[in-house]
Design a protein around this ligand. Structure first.
Ligand SMILES: [Zn+2]
Length: 280
């Protein structure tokens, strides 16, 4: 005998009725598991209200955090990658690009825009990690170079927000050339005495760290960001030693003199604006 019996048979609830809240209304912090309303999380610049964990966000979110009234003009919005090496791994490179464009709604791993930040003119290039690991292919290099050109022509400061796994292997040598190209453009910006601020976010590694991400007049980072060139395993095997605790965290890198300061994302806009006003 069962304890409970249904009086009516065939009662069914459609799946969409089962949810108590619509999708995406709540955000759970992956670090401390605290649950907050997505609106609260967004107002807090996508950081956890409890433990200050900085959620990995993309260009759209950074633009909305930085530009006044989230108003900006995008440059080279439709630039798409070619396939100079007819590269194929598990997929043909053009197929991978097409699938990623469809999945992410992005055209490549960086977007550049200009607008007002606390009433100051600024050009911002921001990487999107969702697009093939934020890898630096020809489009990334070219868009950054053109963003710097725009900063030069209009005498606006340039902000680079990096989040990248490094070079894009599908473009091999072409990818590595972007390091030299962006560095040369940044040298022109420096000659023109226009400020360049580089913000390193979690993670910034490989050829990006080895070029534009570390060339800022100010190199700054978000708390807890992983910053490095090669991965810990490669380094451990090369030097044959255990690595110190907290190795490659923004805090460790700051302590060793590679960063100027660490900035909480909630203070990012204010800090950048006061820094740029000091440099004017
Ligand atoms: Zn948290």
């Amino acid at each position: 005998m069962s304890w409970f019996t249904r009086k009516e048979r065939g009662i069914q609830t459609p799946t969409e009725m089962k949810r108590e809240a619509p999708d995406g209304l709540w955000y759970q912090c992956p670090s401390c598991k605290h649950v907050m309303h997505t609106r609260e999380h967004k107002v807090n610049a996508y950081t956890c209200v409890k433990c200050n964990y900085h959620e990995k966000i993309g260009s759209e979110a950074y633009f909305s955090v930085l530009f006044d009234n989230a108003e900006y003009t995008e440059l080279d919005a439709n630039m798409l990658s070619g396939d100079p090496l007819s590269f194929e791994d598990t997929k043909k490179y053009p197929d991978r690009i097409r699938d990623t464009v469809k999945k992410t709604g992005l055209k490549d791993a960086v977007r550049t825009a200009y607008g007002k930040m606390d009433e100051l003119d600024i050009v911002v290039s921001c990487m999107d990690f969702n697009f093939i690991g934020g890898s630096m292919g020809s489009v990334v290099g070219e868009k950054i170079a053109r963003g710097i050109d725009h900063a030069l022509q209009n005498k606006m400061p340039f902000l680079m927000i990096s989040r990248s796994g490094g070079a894009r292997m599908m473009e091999a040598g072409y990818s590595l050339m972007q390091m030299a190209k962006t560095s040369a453009k940044l040298a022109l910006l420096s000659e023109a005495r226009i400020p360049y601020i580089s913000l390193l976010t979690d993670p910034t590694t490989g050829g990006v760290t080895a070029s534009y991400a570390m060339l800022g007049d100010f190199n700054i980072a978000e708390p807890g960001a992983l910053i490095g060139f090669a991965g810990p395993r490669v380094i451990r095997e090369t030097i044959g030693k255990d690595l110190p605790k907290g190795f490659q965290s923004a805090e460790f890198v700051l302590e060793h003199g590679f960063l100027d300061f660490i900035v909480d994302r909630k203070d990012l806009k204010d800090k950048l604006a006061s820094l740029l006003r000091m440099l004017q």
